[in-house]
Design a protein around this ligand. Sequence first.
Ligand code: NDP
Length: 409
Amino acid sequence: MNKKFYQMTLKERLDHLNLSADSRAILEQTALDAVVANNLIENQISEFEIPLGLAQNFVINDKKILIPMATEEPSVIAAASNGARMAQSFVAEISQRLMRGQIVFYDVKNLSVLTEKIATHHDAIFKKAQEAYPSIVKRGGGLRHIDSRFFDSGFLSIDFQIDVKDAMGANIVNAILEGVSALFYEWFPDEKILFSILSNYATESLVTVTCEIPVERLSKTGDGLAVAKKIERASQFAKLDAYRAATHNKGIMNGIEAVVIATGNDSRAVNAAVHAYAARSGTYQGLGDWSVSADKLFGTLTLPLAVASVGGGTKVLEKAKVALEIMQITDAQSLAKTIAAVGLAQNLAALRALVSEGIQKGHMSLQARSLALSVGASGDEVSALTQLLRQEKKMNQALAASLLKKLRE
Ligand code: NDP
């Protein structure tokens, strides 16, 4: 009988693809431990590399820190470093770090019986939650609060706020919810549970980061106050227009996602949380606020950041471990504060460029290198072609290809 793709060895999977020798050789270049790579995901055929760089100039809560960022986009790390240089220092705070899980009933028959029994039997629920995941309790975590929210159309969400310590907590929360669901099935045989699952909208894991910048730092030509006022206006506009807000937030996520990936965290979870938070008023808005007062620009950014220093990919991906080592970070809250600071620095750099020389100037000068690579420049050709492209008013692939051809003549 033919093997299914997932049953094949790596070699069999590559044979099955019938690739050219060159393409196969590319897929065969790997760095991860083969057992890790094959067991971390399903149907594994290779690995996917993106460059890892270090953002400079960050001082967060009085501590200097080098920040690893994994990204394929030119100019992201330069912009983060530039934003951090302008800000010089960031203050980051977290007031609580809990993850929320939901057990959702549907077609609820007797709302008051359900909610009253749950409200008056917290002890039994807390006991069940402890039994479902004793090790997190030993670590000082576990279930903290229980609430309920009723929705039209007969849905009832029982919300559990859980301290998952330094983990992101998806599996911890889901295991606790499963335990408590079993209790609910016993208690409410006439009611129906639709599902129980962690919520990625981590509103109990908010991080706030702030910075203040003397306006003269924003411009070399003495118009720092004007630049600061335009940054303030740009952040106001991002609250009004979803078209702008999406791009404004994409700029923030350029930095956030790069650190999230470099540390083996779940970028989908962070993205989902941040964008849900951006829409918390009912309208999708730009995150972060910038305001000018007394010759200073003040920046603040609040985000849900349920990132982890343990669990998930943080310890199985070797480079993620090294990323945490470079930052000397051993706990989830320090990582979340660092990531939020990168988001604010990225936002500052993008807004400053946008309202002064325009985003393209700096961006394209850094894009020149990737353009050179994209048309096939190699070795010394890369820097030679990059120089030539930077002298041009406009650069594109056709121009890069023709300049490369001339270089090779
Ligand atoms: P893990 O399942 O890897 O659990 C983390 C484990 O780390 C804990 O169970 C704990 O085990 C151990 N640990 C060691 N030190 C600590 C510490 N200081 N604090 C807390 N735990 C510690 O990770 P998560 O539960 O965090 O789940 C994250 C994974 O789940 C990610 O890979 C994510 O992509 C995935 N996921 C995400 C979903 C979502 O976002 N909706 C849904 C499903 C999965 P012990 O105490 O037993 O030693």
